[in-house]
Design a protein around this ligand. Structure first.
Ligand SMILES: [Zn+2]
Length: 199
C-alpha cells in the first residue's frame, strides 16, 4: 500500500500546472505508479485521479465510471497516454476535484459524448465511447495531464460553491457571496474610515 499525498490548490499550484510527458514504455515503474494511484484514489472519495496530482508528471490517470448509474461507481480504469478521438457538443455539468477540496460547480462546459483511446496497464491500446458524467471525468483527468484545473473553465464564480460549516450543518455558499461576506466581516470589525487617511 502506498497512499500518496494529493497535491492541493493553491499551495501546490506550480506542480499542478506543469504539463505531463507521454509514457514511453508501460513497464514495472509505470505499473507501480498505477498501484500508487489506485491506493490513493481508494483512500479518497474521488471519481478520478491523475499522476500529476501526486506529483508525477507522466500521462497516467484513473477514472471511475457509473457514478450516476444504477449500481454506482465501478472499479477504476487506467488510462495511459489517453487521447480524445472525437468529441460531441459542450454540455454544462458537475465539476469537483480532489486537489480543490470542498469546491464544486454545476456550470463548467465539457464535451459529451467522448470517444477516446488509451493504453492499459499491459500496454495494450483500447478505445471507448463515454457520455455524460463519465465523459466529464475523462475530460477532467486529461485536463490535469495538461496542467489545466476545473476553475480555469469557470466563467461565473457566482456558480461555484464552497461547502461551509454553519450552525445548521454543512451549507453550499457561492464563492462570490463568500467573498462579499468576508469583506463585510472585515469592515464590521474595522470601519472603512480607519483605512482612510484623516486630513
Ligand atoms: Zn481533479
Amino acid at each position: 500500500m502506498a497512499i500518496k499525498k494529493i497535491l492541493q490548490y493553491p499551495e501546490d499550484e506550480k506542480l499542478l500546472r506543469q504539463k505531463s510527458l507521454a509514457v514511453q514504455k508501460v513497464d514495472k515503474r509505470i505499473r507501480k505508479l498505477v498501484r500508487d494511484l489506485k491506493d490513493t484514489l481508494e483512500d479518497s472519495f474521488g471519481a478520478g485521479l491523475a499522476a500529476p496530482q501526486i506529483g508525477v508528471h507522466e500521462r497516467v490517470a484513473l477514472v471511475k465510471f457509473g457514478q450516476e448509474a444504477e449500481g454506482g461507481m465501478r472499479e477504476p480504469i487506467t488510462l495511459i497516454n489517453p487521447q480524445i478521438l472525437s468529441a460531441g457538443p459542450d454540455e454544462k455539468g458537475f465539476d469537483g476535484c480532489l486537489s480543490i477540496p470542498g469546491v464544486v460547480t454545476w456550470d463548467t462546459l465539457r464535451p459529451s459524448p467522448l470517444v477516446f483511446s488509451a493504453l492499459d496497464e499491459r500496454g495494450e491500446t483500447f478505445q471507448m465511447e463515454v457520455s455524460g458524467i463519465d465523459a466529464r471525468v475523462v475530460h477532467h483527468e486529461i485536463d490535469h495531464l495538461d496542467g489545466i484545473l476545473f476553475l480555469d473553465r469557470v466563467k461565473d464564480f457566482n456558480k461555484v460553491y464552497r461547502s461551509v460549516e454553519t450552525d445548521e450543518g454543512e451549507k453550499l455558499i457561492s464563492l462570490a457571496s463568500l467573498k462579499a461576506k468576508i469583506e463585510k466581516e472585515i469592515f464590521k470589525t474595522t470601519p472603512m474610515e480607519n483605512f482612510l487617511t484623516k486630513t
